[in-house]
Design a protein around this ligand. Structure first.
Ligand SMILES: Cc1cc2c(cc1C)N(C[C@H](O)[C@H](O)[C@H](O)COP(=O)(O)O)c1[nH]c(=O)[nH]c(=O)c1N2
Length: 222
């Protein structure tokens, strides 16, 4: 990718004002994990553009370990949906009583309706970055890919597009269905499309499964 720096003028400066910062905060508040999609298709090139943004994300040693697989093929999509149904049924069996009833009522993927399907992997063996930063923490490859997904998630929301992350899947089955090299680790399966509704609260909170807690609960000082 070409740098935007003009060698004659030096690096371009960019700054962000208060109005932008307020809007950015709204973007964080209104980004949602979306499971309910409208049927409208995504304009051509949308997923490719979101991938381009994801590729601007930080990565350990600049290793860019993200690998994206746009899943268009109907039979592969069906196989992913079947795998989700099987894994979700297994997950339901792990709960009992009121929790089980609540779990059964949740909608935990938009796989059937979403116009876009994107599987995301981390390449663990590639030499890009020459191993910098990974020697003691090889899992930083996966962290880098999660960072890329988060960038894409926010960028999509900024243009009214919803993303839903599906992890109720068997990674080995996803590898088989999509014919993925063994060195790629499955990170997540994303449903992409226009959301039916907008909300500033997580759907799991609305369903009284869990609530978003304040930062004090997760922050300490040493
Ligand atoms: C790694 C990972 C994996 C999953 C998720 C997220 C992440 C980060 N989430 C979405 C999750 O439920 C959601 O982010 C939280 O409930 C908070 O809601 P908002 O994202 O703020 O709308 C998610 N949601 C879902 O319906 N099915 C799923 O399989 C998963 N899996």
């Amino acid at each position: 990718m070409k740098s935007k720096i003009d060698p004659a003028k030096g690096p371009a400066m960019v700054s962000f004002d208060d109005a932008f910062r307020r809007q950015l905060h709204e973007l964080f508040v209104w980004r949602r994990d979306v499971r309910r999609f409208r049927a409208d298709p995504l304009p051509d090139g949308t997923i490719e553009r979101l991938i381009e943004i994801a590729c601007l994300s930080p990565s350990v040693g600049l290793s860019q370990p993200w690998r994206f697989v746009i899943v268009d093929d109907a039979s592969r999509r069906r196989a992913v949906i079947e795998d989700f149904r099987a894994c979700n049924a297994d997950a339901l069996r792990s709960y009992s009583g009121e929790r089980a009833a609540k779990y059964a009522a949740l909608k935990l993927s938009g796989l059937e309706e979403a116009p876009g399907h994107l599987a995301v992997f981390a390449e663990k063996t590639d030499l890009i970055g020459a191993g910098l930063g990974r020697a003691t923490m090889p899992e930083t490859s996966e962290y880098s890919v999660v960072a890329a997904i988060c960038s894409m998630w926010l960028a999509a929301r900024a243009e009214g597009i919803g993303i839903g992350w599906v992890s109720i899947l068997n990674p080995e089955r996803i590898h088989d269905v999509l014919e993925i090299p063994h060195s790629w680790k499955f990170i997540g399966y994303l449903c992409i499309g226009y959301p039916q509704t907008e909300c500033d609260r997580p759907e799991l909170e609305q369903a009284k499964w869990e609530s978003r807690r304040g930062p004090d609960e997760f922050t300490t000082r040493r």
